[in-house]
Design a protein. Sequence first.
Length: 61
Amino acid sequence: MWCKKCMIVMRAGTEYYPKIDNKGKGYRRYYECRRCGKKIFTKEPNLQECINKGLEKSSGK
């Protein structure tokens, strides 16, 4: 993802926090600009989850 202000590639990250009453996931994924520090939170899966999903689909055939 690109930072609209700085026009550079943002790095991916995950912020972990304790679950409250077993609601929620316990983490939030985001993209962070290396220059200005702006964070954009997303609901996209990370790379490892995409790989695992692809492997499950291919082994299920």
